[in-house]
Design a binder for this molecule. Structure first.
Ligand SMILES: Cc1cc2nc3c(=O)[nH]c(=O)nc-3n(C[C@H](O)[C@H](O)[C@H](O)COP(=O)(O)O)c2cc1C
Ligand code: SF4
Ligand code: SF4
Length: 252
């Protein structure tokens, strides 16, 4: 068994690691951007795949990864873990349907509420106490889910036809243009001091350093990692001001 994930602010990383180690404490858990990921996946039969919901869809990087490596999935057993701030409809179904097309067997899926990673939109902000409680609840759920799976009962959250309709009409259709590909809309303000952290941490290698300033390219997958890490709060995407940087570690 192996765990793989895309995680911007650490929520999905935590959920996949926790579930995986409860099921098999010898298993490896690696990010999608790991240089050896294809080689590692080829050797495994069972995969836990995690990613955050974005507008009731899977991030483009995740869908792109699945499609570019279509040869990988035949005969693999995949369990989908989707984290969300509030609502994802068929967040797990968004990858499960593609994986099935390439021959994977979908064991099941879960959609776990975690702190909202969008930190440049004030209306989505929750206080630290509420976010800590959200993480505690998620941990409790993951323990219950691991017990269920040990008994051979895989949850099927987000995989039904009704969930598909909810995801599609609840959000995905209206925000279709935001998730159809990578974005070039990342903004980096003049307060950038050129520390290089965003460039080093971006899973898409979308940020370059030029003349001691960070410059964004056209391949951002909207994960919010750089936005949540920048010491100057110089990076924004949906909004224009960083209210409070979100990182999983702040809530434990
Ligand atoms: C661009 C973007 C869009 C998002 N859209 C949704 C959404 O539609 N529904 C939701 O519940 N959460 C949404 N979220 C919140 C994340 O899915 C959630 O915080 C997730 O746990 C982040 O995981 P990560 O830390 O592993 O990246 C969105 C986050 C981002 C960055
Ligand atoms: S992390 Fe912030 S300050 Fe550092 S290079 Fe990136 S944008 Fe500039
Ligand atoms: S540029 Fe920032 S938000 Fe976009 S993919 Fe890279 S780290 Fe994520």
């Amino acid at each position: 068994m192996i765990g793989i994930y895309l995680s911007g602010t650490g929520n999905t990383k935590h959920c996949v690691e926790k579930l995986l180690y409860l099921l098999d404490d010898t298993a490896k858990c690696v990010p999608l951007e790991h240089p050896q990921i294809i080689h590692m996946l080829e050797k495994q039969d069972t995969i836990i795949l995690g990613y955050p919901t974005q507008f009731s869809n899977a991030p483009f990087m995740v869908r792109d990864f699945i499609k570019r490596n279509a040869f990988l999935w035949k005969g693999k057993k995949v369990f989908c873990v989707n984290t969300m701030g509030l609502f994802s409809g068929d967040g797990t179904g968004c990858t499960a349907r593609i994986l099935k097309k390439y021959g994977a067997e979908i064991l099941g899926g879960i959609q776990i509420k975690m702190p909202d990673s969008v930190c440049d939109n004030k209306t989505l902000k929750k206080d630290i106490i509420e976010n800590r409680q959200i993480v505690k609840n998620a941990d409790k759920r993951l323990e219950q889910i691991a017990e269920q799976i040990r008994q051979g009962k895989y949850p099927q959250e987000g995989l039904s036809f009704i969930a598909h309709i909810k995801g599609l009409f609840g959000q995905r259709l209206w925000f279709y243009r935001k998730t159809v590909g990578y974005t070039d809309k990342l903004k980096i303000s003049d307060s950038c001091t050129g520390c290089g952290l965003c460039c080093k941490e971006c899973p898409m290698r979308n940020i370059e350093m030029k003349d001691n300033r960070a410059v964004s390219g056209e391949r951002c997958t909207m994960c919010y990692r750089c936005i949540s890490l920048c010491p100057q709060k110089a990076i924004t995407l949906i909004g224009d001001h960083v209210w409070e940087q979100c990182r999983y570690e702040k809530y434990v």
